[in-house]
Design a protein around this ligand. Structure first.
Ligand SMILES: NC(=O)C1=CN([C@@H]2O[C@H](COP(=O)(O)OP(=O)(O)OC[C@H]3O[C@@H](n4cnc5c(N)ncnc54)[C@H](OP(=O)(O)O)[C@@H]3O)[C@@H](O)[C@H]2O)C=CC1
Ligand SMILES: O=C[C@H](O)[C@@H](O)[C@@H](O)[C@H](O)C(=O)O
Length: 327
């Protein structure tokens, strides 16, 4: 097309077409050909007695993406919430369910998946993630969090996350997973893994918010066709980021709640995002996403430039996970 004509058309195209407002179920493309809904309900630290109702409420309110993990020890209750939703006529294929391989199961990948599927009451998950790239002793003093007498984590050094990935790849032919991916992978860990993969991870799920933009990972993943899902968008437990001044300013400008800004920050970057709540009114409020323009994003990006980086989730594995803020 003639460049001048292109410019003319662009100048007259309404901005809502150029920058369509994302919705909670905007599908974001994965390298498998499937799509992941922009917003997912988180279930970490959703207590027993609360999580069934929160999952059922979220699905009734329109959520289609639920994030789970074996180590959250609540998959059975999540499954009860899913069963409730199915009773109302929601079909399995309308949902996008993620769960994760826990560290003490790196040498028992299919066994771990089967345990999660049984608890969730599902025949398959849409996405199965390696929760952390650190294998832990499967025969230690605790099934999930084995420790040495000095209190340090009991790691399994007889295997590596590359071996784990090969077992993940083998799951695809079982039809019990639609896609496989990783979580908490830094650039150095991805660089170590990718030369050994037959299947590129579909997703890298990482902590992400204006206090921890992790632009280097977001850019690296984009270049490799790996979709980024952001976790702890509110700063995790107690949602500390909701009170951040820069976030409040952008929220005021758009007449929305700070949570809307914190969630929309990710869709503006092409990432999906997980928001945890067990409170019905918050589950409802978190559905709203808006379009943030370059000036909004610049303001949000400025927060960590001025205040420094904060990482809220960093379990004491006792190894260098390769994140620049933790060197
Ligand atoms: N792969 C991984 O290693 C990790 C994955 N994740 C995933 O990401 C999800 C989200 O991250 P998470 O760390 O849980 O934290 P979030 O950043 O989602 O924050 C959760 C906290 O925010 C509160 N909250 C939620 N919505 C609102 C609202 N509208 N107004 C005020 N407060 C609100 C919740 O309270 P309440 O529930 O009481 O309403 C809870 O205290 C997890 O649940 C999990 O699924 C998270 C961490 C690590
Ligand atoms: O997904 C949430 C987090 O990764 C959580 O599973 C870990 O932080 C875990 O509690 C640990 O101590 O290793």
């Amino acid at each position: 097309m003639n460049p001048a004509l292109g410019k003319f058309i662009l100048a007259r195209t309404p901005s809502y077409i150029l920058h369509p407002t994302p919705t909670m179920n905007t599908g974001m493309p994965l390298n498998t050909g499937a799509e992941i809904p922009a917003l997912g309900l988180g279930t970490w630290q959703s207590a027993p007695g609360e999580v069934k109702a929160s999952v059922a409420h979220a699905i009734a309110a329109g959520y289609r993406h639920i994030d789970c993990a074996f180590c959250y020890q609540n998959e059975e209750e999540v499954g009860a919430g899913l069963a409730e939703a199915f009773k109302t006529g929601v079909r399995r294929e309308e949902l996008f369910i993620t769960t994760k391989l826990w560290c003490t199961y790196h040498t028992r990948v299919e066994e771990a998946l089967d345990l999660s599927l049984k608890a969730l009451g599902l025949e398959y998950v849409d996405l199965y993630l390696v929760h952390w790239p650190i294998p832990m002793n499967p025969k230690g003093n605790h099934p999930l969090f084995p420790k040495h007498p000095d209190g340090s984590r009991d790691l399994d050094t007889s295997t590596t996350h590359i071996d784990t990935w090969k077992s993940m790849e083998a799951l695809l032919s079982t039809k019990k997973v639609r896609a496989i991916g990783v979580a908490n992978y830094s650039v150095p860990y991805l660089e170590e893994l990718l030369p050994h993969t037959r299947i590129t991870p579909a997703v890298n799920q990482i902590e992400n918010h204006p206090y921890l933009p992790q632009q280097e990972i977001v850019d690296f993943c984009k270049g490799k066709g790996i979709h980024v899902t952001a976790y702890s968008p509110f700063g995790s437990t107690g949602s500390p980021m909701m009170k951040e001044e820069g976030v409040l300013e952008v929220a005021k400008k758009h007449s929305v709640q700070p949570g809307t800004v914190l969630l929309s920050y990710h869709t503006a970057r092409g990432s999906s995002v997980l928001a945890k709540s067990v409170t019905p009114s918050r589950i409802d409020a978190n559905r709203k996403l808006i379009y943030l323009d370059d000036s909004d994003m610049a303001k949000l990006e400025n927060i960590s430039k001025q205040k420094g980086l904060t990482r809220f989730v960093y379990p004491a594995f006792g190894v260098n996970l390769g994140f620049p803020d933790k060197q």
